[in-house]
Design a protein around this ligand. Structure first.
Ligand SMILES: NC(=O)c1ccc[n+]([C@@H]2O[C@H](COP(=O)([O-])OP(=O)(O)OC[C@H]3O[C@@H](n4cnc5c(N)ncnc54)[C@H](O)[C@@H]3O)[C@@H](O)[C@H]2O)c1
Length: 248
């Protein structure tokens, strides 16, 4: 494992109770920083923070609710004077059905969490980063947002929107010390697999030229670097993590 320098810096990781968010939090702490995990699952977030040690804090936050996010910013700043990095990892898949069978409420829920949640977290945290004159934002999009997976129209559309918001915000902040980037992972075996059909998981694996799933550590390595000062001349960019699937 390469040593990244996140010394003395503080990150907010949404969806940090488990999966990719947890792995990213772990890597940032191993790189010398501290983290606040924002997750709607309070018990899991508390347990995750406990397992990460005294450099981790947990807050119950629903990223799709503006008052909840605004409250979380204030609560985070009560124990950390800065928010140097924001990693938007909270996300859900929605059902694996054709668009014409897609339940309207499920469609809206996927949009609420996956794109409106990213908008709200960026919106509420950017003010603090602008005050600091420094920040790193990393949005976890998906290869589905580039390619459009069948039987996942809401998820694919929401992740394409995450790519779009990353490009807009990156340009809006390009003349500041804030960098905004996203990553587009192919499938990585986490609890999110429980929300998908076995057929959909097999489809995603079949599309990866390396013939294997990605790992949490591989995602954490790239996202960890994107959270450091070394990531200075990239903004509004989309970083691939797809085992050769989306080489553009
Ligand atoms: N694992 C993969 O194959 C994969 C691939 C590409 C992209 N992604 C994306 O990476 C991100 C993380 O995925 P993961 O695999 O770690 O999933 P996961 O299900 O393991 O973790 C997601 C976390 O987000 C939290 N969460 C969900 N809705 C929330 C809300 N409204 N407010 C706050 N927290 C909320 C959950 O409680 C959970 O802790 C997601 O955005 C996902 O779409 C995952």
């Amino acid at each position: 494992m390469n040593q990244l320098d996140f010394t003395g810096r503080h990150a907010v990781v949404t969806g940090g109770a488990t999966g990719l968010g947890f792995g990213i939090a772990q890597r940032l702490i191993a790189s010398g920083g501290s983290v606040t995990l924002w997750d709607r699952d309070e018990a899991a977030a508390n347990q995750a923070a406990q397992s990460l040690g005294d450099k981790a804090f947990a807050l119950k936050v629903d990223v799709s609710q503006q008052p909840s996010v605004a409250k979380a910013v204030a609560a985070t700043l009560a124990h950390s004077p800065r928010i140097d990095a924001l990693v938007n990892s909270a996300g859900i898949t929605g059902p694996n059905v054709k668009l014409w069978d897609y339940p309207v409420d499920d469609w809206r829920q996927v949009m609420e969490v996956n794109i409106n949640g990213v908008f709200l977290c960026c919106r509420e945290v950017v003010g603090q980063m602008r005050k600091q004159g420094y920040g790193r934002i990393v949005n976890i999009a998906s290869v589905a947002g580039k390619e459009g997976n069948p039987n996942a129209s809401a998820y694919s559309a929401s992740k394409a929107a995450v790519i779009g918001i990353t490009k807009s915000l990156g340009k809006e902040l390009a003349d500041t010390g804030i960098r905004v980037n996203c990553v587009t992972p192919a499938a990585v075996k986490t609890a999110i697999f429980d929300q998908m059909t076995p057929e959909h998981i097999a489809f995603m694996l079949s599309k990866i030229p390396m013939g294997r799933f990605g790992t949490v550590d591989e995602v954490a390595a790239m996202v960890g670097w994107l959270c450091t000062e070394d990531c200075s001349f990239s903004t509004g960019a989309v970083f691939d993590l797809s085992g050769g699937r989306s080489t553009y």
